[in-house]
Design a protein around this ligand. Structure first.
Ligand code: ZN
Length: 225
């Protein structure tokens, strides 16, 4: 049972196409698990269509059509790198995860090997490159019973649980749960004892560790994706 959903404003921005790519991926991922939010987005999309159809028309220049067609005919400046154009969606190298991730995510992680890096005996991270400059998108895996270091945030962190369960000071989270931690929030995720936990995470700014100076910040080891 999913208890944690994106805020309504987040869904509205998603529906309006106003979210950056990495946060949009996090919402789409949640929607794979959540009928309730899928219905909400579908309602917002319908509302957006209604609002558009109610808009009054505006005068446009008579040359606009010709200019638009010229642009369509112009050569592309660079090869398309849109994730949806990347083709091969089946070659997820990390085979033990291939069957666990929502199909939707395969198109983003399927083209290359997931580069898992161990951050401690129980935590590893694999960045996902989607051409995003404002956010870091990654998978995090906490082994059964493992803890991440206590950390706080300089920016927003979105987490979607893909597999397993983890808990922190505020509760327990299951597959599909969508969490937002804001700047200043401090927490220490701990995986359930019986299985590892894999999450999709979106970070808007590096995280700083709290109190444990020896442990390197796991989330600062890679650049924005
Ligand atoms: Zn939901």
């Amino acid at each position: 049972m999913i208890k944690n959903h994106p805020p309504t404003q987040f869904l509205a921005d998603y529906s309006a196409g106003a979210l950056s790519l990495a946060p949009a991926i996090s919402v789409t991922t949640h929607l794979q698990f959540c009928d309730q939010c899928r219905e909400a987005v579908s309602g917002l999309n319908a509302l957006g269509g209604e609002l558009l159809s109610d808009c009054e028309g505006i005068e446009i220049s008579s040359s606009l059509l010709a200019e638009t067609l010229d642009r369509l005919d112009a050569p592309m400046e660079s090869a398309a790198t849109s994730p949806s154009a990347q083709g091969d969606t089946t070659a997820l190298i990390d085979s033990d995860l291939a069957n666990e991730l929502p199909d939707y995510l395969h198109k983003f992680v399927g083209r290359s090997t997931l580069n898992w890096r161990s951050l401690s005996s129980s935590v590893s991270v694999a960045p996902i490159t989607v051409g995003e400059s404002d956010y870091e998108l990654a998978l995090h895996r906490i082994e059964a019973g493992g803890k991440t270091p206590v950390h706080d945030h300089q920016g927003t962190e979105v987490t979607v649980v893909l597999k397993g369960t983890f808990s922190d000071e505020q509760g327990m989270y299951h597959e599909g749960d969508f969490l937002i931690r804001e700047a200043g929030d401090v927490h220490q995720p701990i995986a359930a004892q019986n299985e590892s936990c894999v999450c999709l995470s979106v970070l808007s700014a590096p995280i700083k560790l709290t109190g444990i100076k020896q442990v390197l910040n796991p989330f600062m080891r890679f650049n924005p994706s």
